[in-house]
Design a protein around this ligand. Structure first.
Ligand SMILES: [Zn+2]
Length: 310
């Protein structure tokens, strides 16, 4: 009998997560369905990937134009600056030259756990102008940036429980510089960050497939992806995180890398490379709006389900 009594907490502990996650799923399913504003999404990606942004290379006037647009969109969504202003300046050396760069950081304060943070990231910089050709980077990564702004609009209208940091990063193409600067400058204590949700190339895929990277390192995050994928009109695939032998490992291929290095769990959403990857042909006309909207909604849905768990 005594041994049985001793077992009760063990049994409860085993049962509780399932019971809890069941409750979380029910709670999440009772929330309004995530609906992205497809017209706004396409307007923003079109503006970021327009020739006037000159391919948004870090340290150029084109990148500054992009930052202005991003800050205006955040303010219009009702997102407040994380710091004194939206910009988080940083600099780094590239072939002996100091490069001035800046992340754009906003925050939506949480109702239940305001001092615990989910950081949502996407880089806005791209390759600029090369041999007289503008590399507009519509998929890489104007798509992720526009999707991140859509996520900001959603949480500004549906108050989260955690505080959500919107981190639109610079310098990714130069070696994940913006993510490194964020982690180094610690705008909030890193220990208070629950997870990083990163988007890089979410605008098109010929097989209608989006990858979720990071559930190998953080299996506890898989349930949120699985649940969100149930309602999605695109196929969600897991991988590129070292669990599948022979498959390219994307863990350090985008801005989640420095967060992982700082011990912060992550999920990265992105598509397989396509023929226009890092080509001057990566233009808006080659995006797939239905896929893009569905991918955006899926990532917002994952984030809101994660938000329901302390
Ligand atoms: Zn990218």
């Amino acid at each position: 009998m005594r041994r049985l009594l001793l077992l009760i907490p063990v049994l409860l502990a085993a049962l509780l997560p399932a019971a809890c996650s069941g409750t979380i799923t029910a709670a999440a399913d009772s929330l309004p369905r995530v609906q992205a504003d497809s017209a706004r999404l396409m307007r923003v990606v079109g503006a970021l990937a327009h020739d006037s942004m000159q391919g948004r290379a870090t340290g150029t006037p084109g990148a500054a134009l992009a930052r202005n647009l991003i800050s205006q969109e955040l303010a219009a969504a009702g997102v407040t600056p994380l710091g004194s202003g939206f910009e988080q300046p940083f600099e780094f050396s590239r072939s002996g030259v100091r490069v001035q760069a800046a992340n754009v950081l906003g925050v939506i304060r949480g109702s239940q756990w305001p001092d615990r943070y989910i950081v949502a990231t996407a880089h806005y910089d791209h390759l600029g102008v090369r041999n007289g050709e503008v590399y507009n980077g519509a998929d890489d990564n104007a798509s992720g940036t526009a999707a991140l702004l859509e996520l900001a609009h959603w949480f500004a209208g549906n108050r989260p429980q955690h505080s959500i940091i919107i981190a639109v990063l610079d310098g990714e193409e130069a070696g994940l510089r913006g993510a490194r600067a964020f982690v180094e400058q610690k705008p909030v204590p890193l220990g208070d960050i629950v997870a990083d949700i990163n988007m890089d190339m979410v605008g098109r895929n010929a097989s209608n497939e989006l990858f979720a990277v990071g559930t190998c390192q953080y299996p506890q995050l898989k349930q949120y992806v699985r649940e969100a994928a149930r309602a999605a009109t695109i196929t969600l695939r897991y991988g590129h995180d070292g669990c599948v032998a022979g498959q390219e490992d994307w863990t350090w291929m985008s801005d989640q890398g420095p967060f992982l290095q700082a011990g912060i769990p992550f999920l990265y959403f992105g598509v397989e490379d396509h023929p226009d990857y890092h080509q001057p042909t990566d233009d808006v006309g080659r995006l797939m709006p239905r896929f893009f909207v569905a991918a955006t909604q899926l990532v917002i849905d994952v984030t809101r389900r994660l938000d329901l768990t302390r």
